[in-house]
Write a new protein. Structure first.
Lengths: 375, 389
């Protein structure tokens, strides 16, 4: 099996699995209970919180656990907008047109509810121009939501520019940055991107599915979207998923960002070179994109067919974004590329465990596909 | 309190001397549908079938849901069994409706006395039961014309039955009483609806699906299985044949004129489905085609397809609008599955400009450029079968 779909999810690493099992079996108390088991569980959750906070460069009091990236993104967007109702007339929201569905659909819903949503359009490779950001943000803007690394193309968006623009426009806007695809994979901190809200997820970095977190900068107030408990300071009530949180922290702790980035960079440039030898391949990710993601089109061949073909050979890639489940992705649409490019896009996403031999096998398989498949 | 299910035969009551065999078939179908819930016994009498569950913890909710999907049934209801003593009947009636009665405002009581030896006459039974209900549930009002609840008390030979409102049955004729048909199941909205409609007319079904990996995925195949499962809730057991079709599609694409791709493909599908039908005792082919819906469903295209079919092609949706088909798909709960976005016949094989008025002779000529027999043979040999339901 060759797994080239690490942007969809990753296997749980050993340290993470062990931490999950340990908490499930030996530290099962409810962190809110008053007895010693509860106290023990609380201590464990807070230790784990500190590990993840350290990786993000924030205080542990600024980190709130959620059920994953989607919930963190929903909470950031709706929690901000609800808190911003105090501004009454201010109703502008600025988002990129290539956000993950959990931000994109949230913004669509708000647009239908009467908010003015400015959709930042990308270039052909998924890059957003800082000048467009500056033009979009005004004093009526209450929220800017822009991801750090796009999940389909790997393009790196100009997050660091946002804070300054908001200040210059004298806007009350909060800046939310979906960092699910960037977390651990590239060096950044919540300070370096200047965000008020940052979403991350465990299962993209060898942690378990079902847990993520939202960073909320100290002093920023957003409103909860669930009610009925005091957990996570009331922002995300519900008994903490202590075992998954332990798995999340263990995975983050075990992730060697510098070492992984080096290996992934090597794989990416090897893949670019090798894939370049196939005549009908077009690169949708440009050289500036995150090395973890390489989006290509095999012109003339439909994504789903290539995916099925490779799957038969036990090679896992993604057609568009895995979350979209077969529908034409809004990200590819936003690129404004020709139909034969969009319809034939496949996403390769790498982990530090991929090898150049695996890339050779992939390229061979793709050559086979091009030679035999009807198109 | 002992409970049973009362089932009224539908159309099959009209079948004269065949009636008994139709009824037996229906009972057999019900028995199979209820088997997973426990042992049941049946009693036939005057176009009513009574279902007696034998185990204490019989799941009536599920049983009634299942009975509601068996064809040949006009109406059905749960009922309480009472001995033929009037005081007991009153007591059981009160107990039987003790919880559900709060959902109603108006009611009436109907009595049916087939055992004329019973001391009270029907109007007396109605009056007495009505009185005791009113006394115990003073919020109720009698409405003999449009009651929310009709309580029916039936005095039969052995015992008395007390039941509330009847539920409408699935209608149609018992599956198996009309023979067997093979439905071409694509994975779209129409074919499961067509299958359902023909099962309703008493056809036992097998299903034939054409898969073209890697152009179509395992997900698409699973989708067809899910749809067949839904159909099987009505049609009983369905054998699903999955025919590997890639080689044939690729050959059509390489060797046939583009404008005839689809019609030639449909003809080859008919031919293969015909062989499967013949082998497995089916004597009709069923499709979800609807006149003019797509290029392969124009009158001329249908004529070209029919010519390749060994058996009559039944097209129950031929005169229906898409909206009406979707309504049925929602009713039988196949719609949400049908619209899952996997390719069933990849668009690489769809001509850009299909011929909507193909001439049979030209199509046959185009098709004859290739010797299909070997490929058809291989496809049939590699066909897999799975029994669903």
């Amino acid at each position: 099996m060759i797994y080239l779909d690490s942007a969809a999810t990753t296997p749980v690493c050993e340290a993470s699995a062990a931490a999950v099992a340990d908490v499930l079996q030996h530290c099962f108390g409810n962190p809110s209970s008053g007895h010693f088991l509860g106290v023990q569980a609380r201590r464990r959750v807070e230790q784990d919180r500190a590990v993840i906070a350290a990786k993000l460069g924030c205080a542990k009091e600024e980190l709130f656990f959620t059920s994953g990236g989607t919930e963190a993104n929903n909470l950031a967007v709706f929690g901000t907008v609800e808190a911003a109702k105090k501004y009454r007339t201010k109703k502008r929201i600025v988002v990129s047109a290539i956000e993950h569905a959990s931000v994109y659909e949230s913004a669509k819903k708000l647009e239908n509810a009467g908010y003015e949503v400015i959709w930042l359009q990308p270039d052909r490779h998924g890059n957003i121009a800082p000048a467009d950001l500056a033009a979009a943000i005004d004093e009526n803007t209450i929220l800017v939501s822009m991801m750090l690394v796009n999940n389909e193309l790997g393009s790196v968006l100009p997050a660091a520019a946002v804070k300054g623009i908001i200040a210059a426009k004298k806007s009350p806007a909060l800046f939310h940055c979906d960092c699910v695809q960037a977390f651990c994979k590239m060096p950044f901190s919540v300070k370096s991107i200047g965000a008020d809200l940052v979403s991350v997820s465990a299962h993209k970095v060898f942690g378990p599915k079902g847990v993520g977190a939202l960073y909320v900068r100290r002093g920023v107030r957003i409103l909860p979207q669930h009610i009925g408990g005091e957990q996570e300071k009331g922002l995300r009530p519900g008994t903490e998923a202590s075992a998954l949180i332990a798995g999340f922290a263990a995975a983050v702790d075990a992730y060697d960002t510098a070492g992984a980035a080096k290996q992934i960079k090597h794989i990416n440039s090897y893949a670019r070179q090798a894939l370049g030898s196939i005549a009908c391949v077009e690169f949708n990710s440009d050289e500036q994109a995150s090395e973890s993601i390489l989006n290509i089109s095999l012109k003339g061949f439909r994504s789903e067919v290539i995916l099925n073909y490779l799957s038969e050979k036990e090679i896992c890639v993604s057609a568009g974004s895995a979350c979209a489940g077969g529908k034409m992705s809004h990200v590819m649409k936003a690129l404004g590329a020709q139909k034969d490019i969009t319809n034939s896009a496949i996403r390769l996403s790498f982990s530090p465990f991929n090898t150049t031999e695996e890339i050779d096998t992939l390229v061979q398989a793709l050559q086979g596909a091009v030679a035999t498949l009807a198109h | 309190m002992k409970e049973i299910i009362l089932i009224k035969n539908g159309e099959l009551a009209l079948k004269g001397l065949n009636r008994s065999s139709f009824e037996d078939k229906m009972i057999k179908n019900i028995r199979r549908r209820l088997a997973p819930l426990g042992k049941v016994s049946f009693f036939k009498c005057q176009s009513t079938v009574t279902v007696y569950p034998e185990n204490e913890d019989f799941d009536f909710e599920e049983a009634v849901a299942r009975v509601g999907k068996v064809f040949g049934i006009a109406a059905y209801s749960r009922a309480a069994v009472a001995p033929k003593e009037f005081e007991e009947i009153k007591r059981i009636c009160l107990a039987y409706f003790a919880e559900s009665i709060y959902g109603y405002k108006t009611f009436k009581v109907e009595a049916k006395r087939s055992d004329k030896r019973f001391p009270l006459k029907s109007p007396e039974i109605s009056r007495e039961i009505g009185a005791v209900m009113l006394e115990n549930y003073p919020f109720l009002k009698v409405d003999v014309h449009h009651p929310d609840l009709t309580i029916t008390v039936e005095i039969r030979d052995k015992e008395a039955y007390i039941r509330g409102n009847q539920l409408k049955g699935a209608g149609g004729m018992p599956v198996g009483t009309s023979g067997k048909g093979a439905v071409l199941m694509s994975g779209g909205i129409d074919s499961p609806v067509a299958a359902y409609m023909m099962a309703r007319r008493g056809l036992e079904l097998c299903a034939v699906h054409f898969a073209a990996p890697p152009y179509t995925s395992e997900l698409a195949e699973n989708k067809v299985k899910m749809l067949t499962e839904k159909v099987a809730e009505y049609a009983g057991r369905v054998e699903l044949y999955i025919v590997p079709f890639t080689k044939i599609q690729e050959t059509i694409r390489d060797a046939c004129p583009e404008e005839y791709f689809t019609v030639i493909m449909r003809r080859l599908m008919m031919e293969i489905a015909g062989v499967i039908a013949q082998k497995h005792g089916a004597r009709a082919l069923i499709t979800g085609e609807s006149l003019g819906q797509v290029a392969s469903q124009t009158l001329r295209a249908l004529a070209c397809t029919d010519e390749a079919a060994a058996y009559p092609v039944l097209r129950p949706l031929i005169g229906m609008d898409k909206n009406d088909i979707v309504d049925i798909a929602r009713k039988i709960d196949t719609f949400e599955t049908s619209i899952l976005p996997y390719e069933d016949c990849c668009t690489v094989f769809t001509p850009r400009h299909p011929n909507t008025k193909p001439e049979l002779e030209q199509v046959k000529h185009a098709q004859a450029q290739v010797d299909w027999q070997q490929m058809i043979q291989t496809a049939l040999e590699d066909t897999t079968v799975e029994v669903i339901g």
